[in-house]
Write a protein that binds this ligand. Sequence first.
Ligand SMILES: Cc1ncc(COP(=O)(O)O)c(C=O)c1O
Length: 373
Amino acid sequence: MRIADFALERFFARWEFAVEHLLCASDVEGWPMAELLARADPEARALWDGLRLGYTESLGHPLLRAEIAGLYETAAPDDVLVFAGAEEAIYVLAHALLGPGDHAIVAWPAYQSLFEVARSAGADVTLLELHESDGWRLDPEAVRRELRPETRVVVVNAPHNPTGMLPSREDWRDLARVCADAGVHLVSDEVYRYLEADPSDRLTAGCDALDRGISIGVMSKSFAMAGLRIGWIATRDRTVIDRCARLKDYTSICASAPSEILALVGLRARATVLERSRAIVAGNRALFAELIAGSGGRFAWAPPRGGSIAFPRLDAEEPIDAFAAALVEEEGVLIAPGSVFGHPGNHFRVGFGRDGFAAGLARLEAFARKRYG
Ligand SMILES: Cc1ncc(COP(=O)(O)O)c(C=O)c1O
């Protein structure tokens, strides 16, 4: 198989565990396992205490699938397939839905695997560009214009990485209609769901919005448990579940036994888990908004409406790559320049999910002041 390097992941492989201030992570500060286990109900605690480290059910633990189905309005446990993270779900889905001769439309900029795996599976991919000037809007009519007879999937991610864009309810409903009318699958990457800045803006999940809607979820972001490597798809299209299950036999076969139980505990405790994540993200997002407001135009953004990240812009002659390189070398503060998304211009990604954000931000602010006055 030939596939381009995943630029963002290569970037993190170099820096993530080497810097003092990680200001561009997309996950939320991970839960301490002991604290999580303390929240287990008696049934889950008994599963944990009696756990044997054998293979697990290929589709996912039945209780976990039921708990995940409960996140959606229309999904039954059999509409859920558990994966090793959202990343495996994306990989397997692309291979299940696409091949040579097929066409995919993917909103861009994007988490790279959302289009790169489709390409490597042989599909022709149209990157539908979003623009800061209209708040990174995902325009359903623009999607409709790109449809071809051989289009099989439309791939979107909302709340969006890297911009924090969240479609309006109207645009989301229209997009579902465009996909339903065309008979194509809507792959909806919802790993940042529940981190909407205003919870009343939360959208209907993709799997609930149309028969061919496929929601991708994960424990890593809003549920703050990236180390579990538990993700899933939910869709009422059972042929998709079946095709993905057959491909998963060639990737992970089944999920990690301890992780499945811990994910079950985390999902059952989701009111507390999500409250913690939302508080961390909201606090850090507000700090960054203050930096923007006080920067005299040096930094600008289309304010994120959801997720744990944003894609602000440095307004300076200096390219963002040079600024980011100096910032990490001199201050140990990591931001992700737009180039790791293949994006031109002077944008960079910041992430609001981690503890210690304020300290890193103060360094960034002082560094920019020193550099530009
Ligand atoms: C939009 C999006 N989808 C999927 C993933 C993959 O999630 P995971 O690493 O937990 O598998 C990420 C991770 O950053 C992401 O941002």
